[in-house]
Design a protein around this ligand. Structure first.
Ligand SMILES: *[C@@H]1O[C@H](CO)[C@@H](O)[C@H](O)[C@H]1NC(C)=O
Ligand SMILES: *[C@@H]1O[C@H](CO)[C@@H](O)[C@H](O)[C@H]1NC(C)=O
Length: 317
């Protein structure tokens, strides 16, 4: 047999096996056990309908029937785990100070009106609740609601304390945690391997590399959640004319590479949930669910709920 024929037949064998395993991952991998499935996820508690990351926001979202709260954590100077997105409080409170430099009782209150990061020229007017809550309070108030925790600082004490809280409130089966930094995600895993993990950014890139070379179906994955942006929303966030050609091309390419039905299908069949963020209109909700995403993160929980009700998208699989 000539070398060319040998190489060709081996390559064909590889591609066929890869295609088969992409479609039927169960032949090689045990499907991950899922303790909850979230279709409706409230980003920062629903930052478009209440002040982000406040108890009022979480309560509104849970009352509405959200499947999951997404929130962010920091550590105060007296080592309390608080729910806040930014490290510096200028944007949210108008005070130029860092969460890490104040004790919990010294933290300022939120402004009554906050910009909504993922909705162009949109501000949220809060009701009465402007307090930065403790993570513990959220766990106490919503003992049965799955929570997605973004660890916002690479701080070992923060990771340890979050793990301790998750364990003491018996929520390991209701939690996913992580960050875009692979270092933080590695630390989370080392601290408590029984809390489900999300893919860090380097791992997302690796995942895409594996997918496009046909290797993904052969590789075991330790993460249980893929949480990715829908790149096309960039054009809705700012003035589209402000993006130059190169940037527009990059957004298009990222969107084409990431938003793949066959990738989502393969992962969900392996028991890995795919969440797309942060979507705030019906066009994007529809696109994400049509692509086979497990869930959608939104700043507008009521909007997403209405969309799901109208389109018969069920809460449970
Ligand atoms: C973690 O945070 C605490 C409280 O803010 C701080 O005292 C400590 O120095 C931080 N550790 C690291 C490694 O940054
Ligand atoms: C990840 O952590 C970094 C700090 O190390 C922070 O700036 C960033 O906002 C975090 N990202 C997410 C998605 O949590």
């Amino acid at each position: 047999m000539s070398a060319a024929v040998y190489v060709l037949s081996t390559l064909t064998g590889y591609l066929l096996t890869s295609a088969l395993l992409l479609k039927c991952p169960g032949l090689l991998h045990r499907r991950k056990r899922r303790t909850f499935v979230s279709r409706h996820i409230s980003h920062r508690g629903g930052a478009g309908e209440n002040l982000e990351n406040t108890m009022a926001a979480f309560k509104h979202a849970v009352d509405l029937g959200t499947d999951m709260l997404e929130l962010d954590c920091h550590l105060t100077k007296d080592e309390q785990v608080v729910v806040s997105h930014d490290a510096n409080l200028q944007r949210c409170t108008g005070v130029d100070t860092r969460v890490a430099d104040l004790t919990y009782s010294q933290l300022p209150s939120y402004l009554c009106r906050l910009g909504v990061t993922f909705q162009r020229e949109c501000f949220c007017e809060g009701g009465g609740d402007t307090r930065i809550p403790l993570l513990r309070e959220v766990f106490e108030a919503f003992p049965n609601t799955p929570i997605n925790i973004d660890i916002k600082v690479n701080n070992d004490t923060l990771i340890k304390k979050v793990s301790e809280l998750v364990v003491s409130y018996d929520r390991e089966h209701l939690t996913v945690w992580g960050n875009s930094s692979s270092q933080i995600v590695r630390k989370c895993y080392r601290e408590n391997p029984s809390i489900p993990l999300l893919f860090s950014l380097p791992r997302v890139l690796q995942l895409l590399g594996l997918f496009y070379t046909g290797l993904l179906p052969f590789v075991p994955l330790k993460e249980q959640f893929l949480e990715i942006p829908m790149p096309s929303i960039v054009s809705k966030l700012g003035d589209p004319d402000r993006l130059n050609r190169g940037q527009r091309l990059l957004v298009w390419l990222a969107d084409a590479l990431l938003m793949r039905k066959s990738l989502f299908k393969h992962l969900t069949e392996r028991g890995i949930q795919v969440y797309v963020w942060v979507l705030n209109d019906e066009e994007d909700f529809r696109r994400a669910f049509d692509l086979g995403a497990t869930g959608v993160m939104t700043d507008f929980p009521s909007r997403l709920k209405d969309f799901m009700d109208q389109n018969g998208i069920s809460r449970l699989e």
